[in-house]
Ligand binder design. Structure first.
Ligand code: BEZ
Length: 211
């Protein structure tokens, strides 16, 4: 299975989900999407992850991101597990979970890493842009739950750097100063942003652009 690189077109697929059958591109439309896999239903880390994601619905909505989960369990299992997620985390599921028992989507997105114990999916995340290009991929082992604040932070950074010729520094969060794109001259940056601090010829700070 070829791995998926940043900038690739996210492969399209049809799949059975807890909300019925979907064609991924039709379901996604021109929104952003976060496609993420978990190893198995009725497991502890996954229960916390899916509940946390459901609790962040307004944050994903604010950013125009549609969320789609996946595991290789069948759809009846997803439906049977859903009440536990609400029971444990207080958040009812509010996004579809793909049922991928034949591993069609998991293999398409290289989400199965047999060295991680078995042939269920690891904790993969793909953030996909409005143009269906892959903008971020992350892979976590089964034993480590993901940080969903970090996923929102990266989505903020991707959306900001699409809007303006800037990059984000280590540990950036919304409202922090940003770095002028290395492709832009300092003179052009001063014209565009006004306030530019040149620390090195290649490191120029500017306040986060608001527009
Ligand atoms: C979990 O979600 O807790 C889990 C699933 C598979 C392996 C390890 C942990």
């Amino acid at each position: 299975m070829a791995s998926i690189h940043l900038g690739d077109d996210a492969p399209n697929f049809t799949a059975d989900t807890t909300d019925g059958e979907i064609d991924f591109y039709d379901w996604k439309g021109d929104s952003w999407a976060m496609l993420f896999s978990h190893p198995a239903d009725f497991t502890p880390v996954c229960t916390t992850e899916l509940g946390r994601t459901a609790g962040l619905k307004s944050e994903f909505d604010k950013r125009g991101v549609k969320v789609l989960a996946l595991s290789v369990d069948p759809v009846e299992s997803h439906h049977g597990w859903a009440p536990d997620i609400e029971d444990v985390t207080g958040n009812a599921l509010n996004f579809p979970i793909i049922a991928d028992p034949d591993k069609k989507v998991s293999e398409l997105y290289d989400m199965i890493h047999p060295g991680e114990g078995d042939t269920s999916t690891v904790r993969s995340v793909f953030v996909i842009g409005p143009d269906n290009k892959v903008r971020l991929s992350l892979t976590y082992p089964k034993s480590v739950g993901r940080n969903f604040d970090e996923l929102l932070r990266v989505i903020d950074a991707l959306q900001l750097t699409d809007r303006a010729p800037v990059a984000t520094p280590a540990d950036w969060t919304e409202g922090d100063k940003v770095i002028v794109s290395p492709q832009m001259s300092t003179d052009d940056a001063k014209q565009r942003f006004g306030d530019v601090e040149e620390v090195k010829p290649y490191l120029r700070w500017t306040p986060e652009p608001t527009g």
